[in-house]
Structures are given as structure tokens and as C-alpha cells.
Design a protein around this ligand. Sequence first.
Ligand code: HEC
Ligand code: HEC
Length: 245
Amino acid sequence: MTRGGWALLPLLALLLGAAEIRPTSEYLSPEIRAAQEDPSRHPGWLWVEEGEALWRRGEPSCATCHGNIAGMAGVAARYPMVAADGTLLDLEGRIERCRTQHQGEPAFGRESDALLALTAAVALQSRGMPVAVATDGPAASFLEEGRRFYETRQGQLNLSCGQCHDDNAGRRLRGDVISNGLGTGYPAYRLEWNTMGSLHRRLRACSLGVRAEQLPLGSREYLALELFLASRANGLPVEAPGLRR
Ligand code: HEC
Ligand code: HEC
């Protein structure tokens, strides 16, 4: 579609009564949005620098096989994706596989500083590029799983994800402006966490928010959900590493 064609989409969505999905940066306060773009004011850049150092460390290092990290441009935009063996992998899961299968080292572990740092550094190479996850072929059944999870009312508050992230996007809740819940800014540095965190950590916070069961980081349910969120973001820019209040 042409640029002009895309510009008509919001109007089309309005006419069809569908919720419009906007880039997450548009929901951020002007201060946070500006700092997210400014490495000197974005604490997550410490993780990016550590990730770039880890990229060159070890024998073989990531760089030994992949060359300059700039060659990872566009990769994060395609994750999560289904690997050749049928497993749904997010970017963290893909990096852990290289760590164990190609480097012969023990996994870093979900939410470890090292894995967050490498993921942030790899994701940064795709910043500004449009999300482009595959939704057909082997991804289709995972996508359906994720969609069901997204649409199901959960927890003591009996709310679905969409009741907040579609129906109430743009409204304030406990000091936050509710976004479309896309995940395009993860891993993100959250000031409230005082550290970098993964999308799955953020999903656990939303599960807790509605008093539903918090699923494990890297669980099949959250991976399928992540794929569905990414499919909603297809065409919108990767914003990682994000900055959050
Ligand atoms: C011995 C070579 C080797 C090393 C070392 C290695 N990788 Fe890989 N990597 C591969 C291969 C081969 C693939 C393609 C998928 C496969 O066959 O596993 C891959 C795939 C990837 C992908 C997905 C690329 C895509 O287009 O989907 C990422 C991201 C990645 N590696 C990151 C890393 C990181 C980060 C490290 C260091 C922690 C690392 N790799 C270390 C060989 C390596
Ligand atoms: C009661 C309302 C509510 C429900 C229900 C809810 N969330 Fe959230 N969610 C929030 C708020 C508030 C935030 C923080 C502001 C923001 O980024 O949207 C948030 C943040 C997020 C983010 C991070 C966005 C970013 O870029 O930082 C994602 C992703 C997300 N939610 C996904 C989900 C999913 C998936 C579900 C269902 C399992 C869900 N949420 C259920 C209120 C909710």
C-alpha cells in the first residue's frame, strides 16, 4: 500500500468500528519519549553497551559466527518465530539456543542481566524497522492460542487484555496511560523496576493486575501471547530498548 493509503487506515478503522492500534511511543509522556530516544538519558543504554561487549566475548563469540552486531538489523522484527524443530522462540529463546547449542555454554537464564543485555543490543539493531512476524504456516496455531488468551476474561477482575488495551487505550490507570499493549519496546528499562526487564516480566505484572495466575517467564502461554501481540504490531516500528516509568 502507498503512504497515502496507510494514512487512510485510521479512518477506515473508525468506520469499521475497529480499535485503532498506535505505536507505543505515542502513548508515552513527552519526557519519557524524548529520553527513550536519547542514549545519554536512557539508563537502558548501560545494558546495550554490556550486550555489545558480550557479543564479542567467549570462544566462539557471537561475533565469530555472526560478524558485526549491525548484521542483526531486522532480526528482532521477525520474533517470535517458529524454529525448524517446531518450537516457538522469542528473541531471548533464540539467543539462549545459540548460547547452549553453538557456544556450548550454560544458558544465561531468563531475566539475567546478561540475557537482557544481549537481547537489548540485538533488538536495538532493528529500532525503527517495521515489525514483521510470520503469522501463517507453523505460526498459525500459536497465533490462535495467543489470540484466545488475549480475548479471554481473566482473574478476579474478570478482564481480558483487550478490555484495557483496545477499549480503554489512551485512558489513565494508576498514573499510566494505557497503550495498545504491543511489546515493541522490550526489553525495556522501567524506572519502577530500577532495571531492564523482559516483555514476559511486564506480562506477569498485567496478570497480577487483574489478579490472575502469573505464568512463568518463557512459558508457552506467554510466548503465544507475545506472537499475537507482535501480529497486532505488524508494520509498526520496533522501539526497543524502551524506557518506561
Ligand atoms: C558457532 C556459531 C554460532 C555462535 C557462536 C552463535 N550463533 Fe547465533 N546462530 C548461529 C546459527 C547457525 C544460526 C541459525 C539458526 C540455527 O541453525 O541455529 C543462528 C541464529 C541466531 C539468531 C537468529 C537469527 C535470525 O535471523 O533469525 C540470533 C538472534 C543469534 N543467532 C544470536 C546469537 C548470539 C547473541 C550469540 C552469542 C551469545 C550467538 N548467536 C552465537 C550460529 C551461531
Ligand atoms: C486493567 C487493565 C489491564 C489489563 C486487563 C491488562 N493490562 Fe497490560 N497494561 C496495563 C497498563 C496500565 C499498562 C502500563 C501502560 C501501558 O504501557 O499500556 C500495561 C502494560 C502492558 C504492556 C507493556 C506496554 C509497553 O510498551 O510498555 C503490555 C505488552 C501489556 N500490558 C499486555 C497485556 C496483556 C497481553 C494483557 C492480558 C493478559 C494485559 N496487558 C492486561 C493495563 C492492563
